[in-house]
Write a new protein. Structure first.
Length: 427
């Protein structure tokens, strides 16, 4: 079952009335994007305060909102959200409780509360919010609910932004299957799985409430193209063939026990056998390595999987591979990761065509954050140098992205986002 947000907005009439009021039928829409952030304050104050900061920076009427409440305020999240919605009023609003990684143009913050606002006032487009239950449901059921509001559109582009809680290890794969089945109706989708290293009842936001068994979405149907932001930067080390697999566990690589192959490769990278035998140290080491599988339809594109554990029974991944797949073991490269962030932002800009960028909303995978360590600030610095507009980035455990320029589906260990855009103004 699903219910649709009560604020489905079509702006054609508003655009016509605004043009007539100004006596200028040539004037185009003016999009805006702004981010408010407050790191510390009383729960009863911080929500209202951060929302008003975003409104002041926006300088106009918001068309949608994205809210990020760090886990520091998780126990008081309802109080915080109440302050935010009181200041913003009724509009499509999604978000969730996230880890203590919040990136804005002002820098990298450890915790706090952020509100991103985008204005499309006067534009001919359609914005709607949707809440769909996904826990204890079949792919076909969820697909049917989503298809009902995705399949029909008179606009050229259908864009989807969403959040889903990390309730179990299968949730990312489940959402991937749903959206790949619906890819003919979606031009761009960016969905963050909010949570950390282990599943738990993380809360996502829809309107003025929290949910832990649903996916929360905003759809923007428009004639103006948005951009997709994608950053990786891990360095490929060696190709391998998956020769035996069982569910999420790889049992054999190149005909040999998978755990022996991976451990030997890690030793060849200078990691001691003692560290590999320590479960805690092994977890930290694995944040610097990933598995990547190439897109068979487009050389040079790939999607990544996280190695969650290495044991005597096999190598456990966070997503599925097939027997016969050729994969690459990837290693974190700090300089390449920063370069990839800059390139990803510039690539997103290149998709703008005749539209004008407004602001960036992105999800930064926890594995990537851990791999960067203290150098994670280089991500923010790279973005600031690459683009002039505001942005908001929060941590995630997995990411689902659909776009013709990337290997669509479930990604891990990457940074992905949507570059919201406005139509150019004409004199």
């Amino acid at each position: 079952m699903y219910f649709e947000g009560s604020w489905t907005r079509k702006f054609e009439r508003a655009q016509r009335e605004e043009k007539e009021r100004r006596g200028d039928r040539r004037r185009g829409v003016h999009y805006r994007f702004a981010v408010g952030f407050v790191e510390e304050d009383k729960p009863g104050v911080i929500g209202y305060k951060v929302a008003n900061a975003a409104l002041e920076a926006l300088g106009g009427n918001p068309s949608l909102a994205f809210v990020a409440i760090s886990k520091r305020f998780a126990d008081k999240r309802s109080v915080v959200l109440k302050g935010i919605t009181k200041a913003l009023g009724e509009l499509p609003l999604i978000g969730g409780v996230c880890g203590d990684f919040v990136a804005t143009r002002d820098g990298l913050h450890e915790g706090g509360v952020a509100v991103a606002l985008w204005s499309a006032e006067g534009e001919d487009l359609e914005i709607s919010s949707h809440l769909v239950k996904i826990v204890q449901r079949d792919v076909e059921e969820v697909e049917g609910d989503l298809k009902s509001f995705l399949e029909s559109s008179s606009y050229r582009y259908t864009n989807v932004i969403g959040t889903v809680p990390f309730v179990n290890y299968e949730v990312g794969n489940f959402v991937e299957r749903v959206f790949l089945n619906l890819s003919e109706y979606v031009d761009l989708a960016v969905i963050g799985v909010l949570g950390e290293s282990k599943p738990s009842p993380w809360s996502i936001i829809h309107g003025d409430e929290f949910f832990s068994n649903h996916i929360s979405l905003i759809t923007v149907k428009t004639n103006t193209p948005f951009g997709v932001f994608f950053s990786h930067g891990f360095h490929p080390l060696v190709p391998m063939e998956i020769t035996r697999v069982e569910g999420l566990k790889v049992l054999e690589i190149d005909g040999s026990p998978a755990h022996e192959v991976l451990l030997d490769l890690l030793v060849s990278r200078g990691i001691s056998g003692k560290d590999l035998k320590d479960p805690i140290r092994l977890k930290r080491i694995l944040t610097r390595y990933q598995v990547a599988v190439a897109d068979p339809a487009a050389p040079g594109r790939f999607k990544t999987l996280v190695i969650t554990d290495i044991g005597h029974e096999g190598v456990l991944l966070n997503s599925y591979l097939n027997e016969g797949d050729t994969v690459w073991l990837m290693e974190a490269d700090y300089l390449e990761m920063a370069k990839s962030t800059s390139k990803g932002a510039l690539r997103a800009l290149s998709l703008m065509r005749d539209s004008q960028p407004a602001g960036l909303l992105f999800f930064e995978d926890l594995v990537r954050i851990l791999a960067l360590g203290e150098k994670v600030t280089s991500e923010v610095d790279a973005l600031k140098k690459a683009v002039p507009f505001p942005f908001l980035g929060i941590s995630s455990s997995q990411e689902i992205v659909l776009h013709p320029s990337v290997y669509s589906g479930l990604q891990s260990g990457v940074s992905v986002g949507v570059l919201l855009a406005n139509a150019p103004e004409h004199p």
